[in-house]
Design a protein around this ligand. Sequence first.
Ligand code: ZN
Length: 98
Amino acid sequence: MAEGKGAHGWAARDVSGHLSPCHFSRRVQRDDDDVTIKVLFCGLCHTNLHVIKNEFGNTMYLVVPGHEVIGVVTDVGRGVTKFKAGDTVRGLLCRLRG
Ligand SMILES: [Zn+2]
């Protein structure tokens, strides 16, 4: 399976609440409705704090918290009509897990 572009983030590795740098590969864009973005800014909300400390009981470490982002679209699938490369986007995304 092809490997995606390298990325870096700050990851929680256990319930301590401490974040440390991590490197990971992003998923390769593969679906017609995929939108790939470069994250420029990311906020942490209280949900992230619950996840970091496994307060919901389902955290799968390591976890890179932060799902409220502002970014720029870098690639879109063939079926995407609402966005194009270069668009600035903001919104809620799923957590990244490694
Ligand atoms: Zn949130």
